[in-house]
Design a binder for this molecule. Structure first.
Ligand code: TGC
Length: 386
């Protein structure tokens, strides 16, 4: 007699994890169940950020993993998966703080910058944002208009950035600007004269996220603001690889949660001859395909994690997983919403909130179109975007 498989882990991938990987997944899962899911729908309805969750999130000790000499990227991915079971916006706090800013300072920063920022960022005592996208340059950041110029004491920056997660709460912004036509990164305290961080409101998606635009008006910086190790767009791109990796894992959590909640509902909802909806063939057909897609998502993320732990992952592999997992997660969320019927449109049932948040996840850190072109370029050797 075969054992019963878990509906959202049909290939028993969790059984292949190490003790410590399982432990961090369990720790984050418990926090999400106990602290996030009971309140997140109300915050979403009010378009408000649940800032009170930050101390508890900090205690989960997720970001210090990235500072280990040999980071366990699978453990980190599992934490992202569990966070996004709660909300894509909470996972994004970590993707930006860790994958984008912590990574940039660790890899490209001076000793002084590392000493100043790594610890407070890893413990969430300070929040950071990553300012690359501009009103006129999203998918094509190499066209950016933000400019830095050399001054006697350092640099002066002027420009306009948009769509920065954590923006209105951030103590420091990593701003990418052209200095003599080379893309460079600058660490800028957000309370500096000339820095104006404005919330972007009226969002249908990511309503529990601190999304901001940044206006930089003659912001004067010391020499020490420049990230010395990043002297081309490749620096910013290498940060995006980290964030895209965390998205590949996070979307699994959103999809698992949708499927789990929908299967429970379908077993309890009786229709047609007083039979549970789960017993109907059309429903089981949809469930089976969602399970297949979810399993593919899990296998891709796990293999990508293995490659990353071995230091062998390539940008096109990251793009493939970001593109695939975002698309499959949103398809699963939409199908689950449909299977929940009218109940599916209530925020209290979470599935539609996850679905609208996944619209942002599908778009940011490289749209699906961009990732298909990166994969297409890898397949053919021809860049379709230059
Ligand atoms: P291209 O000429 O191909 O490359 C320019 C330089 O970048 C390097 N590079 C990469 N390095 C590491 N990893 C990657 N994935 C890389 N992709 C490119 C490349 O080697 C080169 O380096 P170097 O040293 O030779 O100069 O660049 P391109 O201008 O032709 O564009 C390529 C393209 C379209 C793939 C790239 O621009 C791209 O990925 N576009 C999407 C950008 C994107 O994801 N934007 C969203 C950012 S998210 C955001 O701003 C909000 S912050 C997140 C939040 O707050 O939520």
């Amino acid at each position: 007699m075969s054992e019963t498989l878990h509906p959202t882990d049909l290939y028993q991938l969790d059984a292949s994890l190490t003790e410590s990987q399982r432990a961090i997944a369990a720790r984050v899962r418990a926090f999400v169940d106990g602290e996030v899911l009971p309140c997140i729908a109300e915050y979403h309805d009010r378009e408000e950020v649940p800032r009170h969750l930050l101390p508890g999130l900090a205690r989960l000790n997720i970001l210090p993993i990235l500072l280990d000499e040999k980071p366990d990227y699978i453990a980190y991915g599992l934490a992202m998966r569990e966070l996004e079971r709660g909300s894509s916006t909470l996972r994004s706090v970590f993707s930006v703080q860790g994958g984008l800013v912590l990574h940039a300072i660790n890899k490209f920063g001076s000793n002084e910058q590392r000493a100043r920022w790594l610890q407070p960022l890893a413990t969430l005592d300070s929040l950071a944002c990553f300012a690359l996208t501009e009103p006129h340059f999203g998918s094509n950041p190499s066209g950016m208009e933000t400019r830095a110029e050399k001054t006697a004491g350092g640099y002066r920056i002027n420009g306009h950035k948009r769509w920065a997660t954590n923006g209105t709460a951030a103590e420091v912004a990593l701003v990418w600007a052209k200095l003599d036509e080379r893309v460079c990164g600058f660490l800028i305290e957000t309370n500096r004269p000339g820095m104006d961080m404005r919330p972007i409101k009226g969002k249908i998606s990511f309503r529990t996220s601190e999304t901001a635009e940044l206006i930089l008006n003659n912001v004067e910086l010391p020499e020490t603001a420049l990230l010395p190790g990043a002297r081309s767009l490749g620096g910013a791109m290498s940060c995006l690889n980290q964030a895209r990796y965390s998205i590949a894992w996070g979307t699994i959590g959103a999809a698992q949660a949708c499927l789990d909640e929908t299967i429970s509902y379908l077993k309890e909802r009786f229709q047609f001859d007083n039979k549970p909806l789960a017993s109907h063939q059309l429903i089981q057909h949809k469930l089976a395909w969602m399970a297949a897609d979810l399993t593919t998502m899990q296998l891709m993320a796990l293999r990508l994690g293995e490659l990353k732990c071995a230091g062998q992952e390539q940008p096109a592999q990251v793009s493939l997983a970001k593109m695939h997992n975002c698309r499959k997660a949103i398809e699963i969320a939409r199908t689950c919403r449909e299977l929940l019927g009218a109940h599916g449109i209530l925020t209290a049932n979470h599935v539609m909130r996850r679905m609208v948040d996944l619209e942002t996840v599908l778009t940011y850190e490289g749209t699906e179109h961009i990732h298909t072109l990166i994969v297409g370029s890898e397949l053919t050797g021809i860049k379709a975007f230059s």
